[in-house]
Design a protein around this ligand. Structure first.
Ligand code: AMP
Ligand code: MG
Length: 326
């Protein structure tokens, strides 16, 4: 009898180990075009396919909610004074207000009219350099281009989790939201774009997961006039494209909206203030930064970042003031 129980237990153990080995880690993939962006979603596991279908619908819904140029979107309605604010949009605006405060106004969700003048708006006219008078006359118009993707990444990540997905990569055209750990237990490895060369990498970032990685760069959208280059990240203090010395900023943090906004804001404030901003947020929010400057420096606060080997940049790890010795 004892032997029989032992054999049964052994069989049960083997069956369980067998099940574990066969855990379904199959990647399911979906490409979605929303927010003017090709997005690549990968969800691992048995629930992947159905969860991706829901995620796709959610991305279309958010596009229709947040696009300033889509007649009928909540942002459009707000800008045209035709509706009481949507509750979801109101909550997002509260968050945007907090970020505007934290960044001393460098992140400004009301730059719509200024962006339109430069031709970087939604229903955008042609790219041109506006006059100083036009810029100072431009009133506040809501534009969530600086956080829409971060919010979408965050929403989709939460929704995939609700739909039984434990592990996913949500690539929103370069910005990446990671859900959970990689199924094989290894760290996620994410390549960070080289701002000067689209085919090269600045370096590789390793993370355990559940973070949002946002990169903003002055090279993403621009035009040239009379030999000058004008890009789409505006310094709200001047109405002109930011000229802070930071040409690319990557922000890594759990909160997608903050990561997205901070990457944009870092390009506005410059390296020194960006690092100060990160420190001022410590305690409230862990943020890691990778900043590339026009003079070829790459400053990073994150140990999990491995610099590329192209030799183009002068890399340095910025150590927290609290951790400095001597
Ligand atoms: P990102 O690609 O995340 O850096 O966002 C850039 C987009 O954010 C632009 O295309 C504008 O729609 C908007 N934007 C530009 N400058 C700012 C700023 N200073 N604060 C907030 N949004 C901005
Ligand atoms: Mg952004």
């Amino acid at each position: 009898m004892k032997k029989c129980v032992f054999t049964m237990l052994l069989t049960l153990c083997l069956a369980l180990t067998g099940c574990a080995a066969r855990a379904d880690d199959t990647p399911h993939r979906r490409t979605v075009f929303a927010m003017d962006t090709v997005m690549n979603l990968t969800a691992y596991g048995a629930n992947g396919e159905a969860a991706l279908s829901a995620a796709e619908q959610e991305l279309y819904r958010l596009d229709a909610l947040l696009a300033r140029g889509i007649e009928g979107s909540a942002v459009y309605a707000l800008n045209h004074g035709t509706a009481t604010p949507d509750p979801e949009l109101s909550a997002l605006l509260d968050e945007a207000g907090k970020i505007a405060n934290a960044t001393g106004g460098a992140f400004d969700p009301y730059l719509g009219a200024v962006l339109d003048l430069w031709g970087f708006g939604s229903g955008a006219g042609e790219n041109r350099v506006p006059t100083a008078a036009e810029l100072s006359d431009a009133g506040p118009l809501l534009d969530l281009g600086g956080i829409a993707k971060g919010y979408a990444g965050q929403r989709v990540r939460a929704q995939l989790l609700e739909n039984g997905v434990k592990s996913a990569v949500i690539d929103l055209g370069g910005d990446v939201a990671l859900l959970g750990a990689k199924p094989n237990g290894a760290p996620w490895r994410i390549a960070i774009k080289d701002p000067a060369d689209e085919s090269a990498y600045l370096g590789i970032l390793e993370t355990a997961g559940d973070v949002y990685i946002a990169t903003s760069g002055v090279y993403e959208r621009y035009f040239e006039e009379n030999g000058m280059r004008y890009h789409h990240i505006i310094d709200p203090a001047t109405g002109y494209p930011a000229d802070s010395g930071v040409v690319s900023a990557t922000a890594i943090c759990e909160n997608g909206v903050w990561a997205d906004a901070l990457a944009t804001a870092c390009c506005v404030v410059g390296a020194e203030k960006a690092l100060g901003l990160r420190e001022s947020l410590a305690g409230t929010m862990d943020v890691e930064l990778i900043l590339v400057t026009a003079d070829g420096r790459a400053l990073y606060t994150y140990n999990g970042f491995t610099p590329g080997t192209s030799g183009v940049y002068n890399y340095s790890l910025v150590v927290d003031k609290g951790e400095q010795h001597g």
